[in-house]
Design a protein around this ligand. Structure first.
Ligand code: ASP
Length: 355
């Protein structure tokens, strides 16, 4: 009888309302403790000078970046994941002709639009990317599909397009990507065999002056309520790039990287340098192994290493505690961030307050 009594007493205590109440309170406490989301975006770096910018153009960029930030932040506040927010904001920028990604992508030397994109999830290091695609309306969604619906990390060209179609992503005629300004831009530099960074003038001797530049590679990094990071980048590449050329954006560790243990990075700039210097992973490695904060790590790579090498560009970097940095070694970078309870913060020029 005794053991039965003891068991019964135990059950009564275990199920007592007070105990049950305090357990649920404790659980509630755990679930309530959420991370305050952070969202950072960029719309490309280059020679972006106020003197070359009309007030209308500037207004359009600032409005577009603000709208994108607001929409992405709403997604995070509603409980969307960092990956969801990154995909949503990049899709918006791909659909806007203001940026060099999706609609409005630059032209290759043989007059085509060849796009690259990548996403990475900081919680499990899953990643997906597409390169050299011509008909996928939103390459960032194709990159996510590669990550989530295939066994692979990277798919290219017609294979990536076939896969996107199977995944029921929107496929468009190549004419959808035609943009007259972009076409004119190509004609201006076509005689040269040099590539051109989206918004650049001739600062390195390798690039041609181009005052009319209006578009930019796009990228986003986000921290969600659950404490997870994600990064994504999408681009048409560099004007007059050779057919088949792939930039840094879709290369994990070069233009895109995310790891909850270090940081999330999205880059914009002269892709060949970002690939050779594995910029995104180099920043993450400095954070993870050397214990630098994201600002120190990003500046070490962008303002020292890359600058010394002649690699133009910038990055947006965010860690899982919400610390972030947005350094660039060009004249300007379209960029912005949003924090809880604040309005979208958008910056273009060098002299605007940098976090
Ligand atoms: N990084 C891109 C590329 O090299 C270009 C850019 O950021 O504008 O393809």
């Amino acid at each position: 009888m005794k053991p039965i009594l003891i068991t019964l007493t135990y059950i009564v205590i275990a199920l007592s309302p007070t105990r049950f109440f305090s357990q649920t309170q404790a659980m509630k406490k755990n679930t309530v403790k959420e991370t305050s989301p952070v969202l950072l975006i960029h719309g490309g770096a280059g020679t972006i000078l106020k003197k070359n910018m009309s007030p209308e153009k500037e207004k359009a960029y600032r409005a577009a970046l603000s709208e994108v930030l607001q929409k992405g932040y709403d997604t995070l506040e509603k409980g969307g994941t960092a990956l969801d927010a990154v995909e949503i904001v990049i899709r918006m920028m791909e659909d806007s002709p203001l940026f060099n990604a999706g609609k409005g992508s630059v032209f290759t030397s043989d007059g085509k639009n060849e796009m690259d994109a990548a996403v990475m999830n900081g919680a499990d290091l899953k990643a997906g990317s597409v390169a050299g695609v011509h008909t996928i309306k939103n390459p960032i969604s194709a990159a996510r599909a590669v990550m989530e619906k295939s066994q692979h990390v990277m798919m290219i060209g017609s294979g990536a397009e076939k896969f996107a179609q199977q995944q029921k992503l929107e496929i468009v005629d190549t004419a959808y990507f035609f943009d007259q300004n972009r076409w004119d831009q190509l004609q201006k530099i076509k005689k040269s065999e040099k590539q051109q960074l989206d918004h650049s003038g001739d600062t390195t001797g390798m690039l041609l002056p181009h005052k009319d530049s209006k578009f930019g590679t796009v990228g986003a990094v986000a921290l969600d309520k659950y404490g997870n990071l994600a990064a994504g980048t999408s681009t048409g590449g560099m004007t007059n790039k050779k057919y088949g050329r792939v930039g840094d954006a879709p290369i994990i560790g070069a233009g895109t990287y995310a790891n909850n243990n270090s940081c999330a990075v999205s880059a914009t700039g002269h892709g060949e340098y970002f690939i050779r210097y594995t910029v995104a992973h180099d920043i993450a490695a400095l954070v993870e192994y050397k214990g630098l904060n994201v600002k120190q790590a990003a500046e070490e790579v962008v303002m020292k290493k890359l600058l010394k090498a002649g690699g133009e560009g910038g990055v947006i970097v965010l860690d899982a505690k919400g610390n972030f940095a947005m350094p660039f070694n060009t004249e300007g970078m379209y960029r912005g961030y949003m924090l809880r309870g604040k309005t979208p913060q958008v910056m273009i020029y060098k002299d605007e307050v940098k976090p």
